[in-house]
Structure formats: C-alpha cells, structure tokens
Design a protein around this ligand. Sequence first.
Ligand SMILES: [Zn+2]
Length: 154
Amino acid sequence: MECSRCGSQNMKTFEMAHASYNIGISSWGRFVKLMIFGPLGLFIRPKRNSVVNTTSPPEKPFPVFVILFSFLFLSTLLWLLSIYLRKGSDYGETQIALLVNAIMFVMFSAIVSWDLVRCTKARKKYPERLDKWTHSWIWLQCGTTSEVRDLPRA
Ligand SMILES: [Zn+2]
C-alpha cells in the first residue's frame, strides 16, 4: 500500500515500528529508577524519538497516584508513630504530626477514589485502544499513520 502523502511503500505496523525503534529502557533500568527516585520514578520518562512516541502501545491504566500517596501517607504515619512513642501525645510535635496526618488522610482518601475512578474508566477503553493500535500502520518516510484493517498482517 502506498502512502497518500509521499507515495512511499515503506510502511510498518505500529508494533513492528515500535519494536525496531524503541532501543528503550530495560526492566533493570526501571528498577534502578524506582530505587533512586521512589514512586516518583514512575513519572520520569526517557526522551524518545517521534516514531517511538507515535507508535507506542497504549499504556495499561495504572493507579500511579494511589501508589505515590500511599508512600507519602505511610511516611507521615511513621513520623507520627515514632514521635508518639518517644514523646507521648502531649508533646507539641506529636500534635503537629497528628494534624498533618489528618490532612494527609483526607487528601489520601480523595486522591485514591479519584485515581481509582480514573483507572476504571481508562481500563474500559483500553481494549478498544489496543485494538486500534494493533491495526495501525506508519509510513516511515514521512510519519503518516493510518488505521488499516483489511490487509493481511505481514
Ligand atoms: Zn508518506
């Protein structure tokens, strides 16, 4: 099939193009990133070229904010616990820690419910997006993309 823009026949499925252009990040790299940056590492993305960006498969929805805030909430909880065990409940810092924890808990609940709703919605759309991706083609000359369903898969 020829490109409607440049007439090139050099077309690939998104899957093939992505595999050959994505010299990307190994799971080991991901692990190291997670160790260094904690859950924030999930937000750090390597720079990639435009073919890779265009052809990347849809991402499985993942409640990343739940993870991030669980981590934050757990740290404030540990802070509260340690200061309470050392100084008791009348100590000033314990009161502050208690207040911070109360605020964190409210924020945490709000974010967890928002993120779970967001994820559930995205999960419903995921099969559709994946199906579109598996049937999408790119012409490598000019970057034109097209959804083609009636070609045999090469
Ligand atoms: Zn073209």
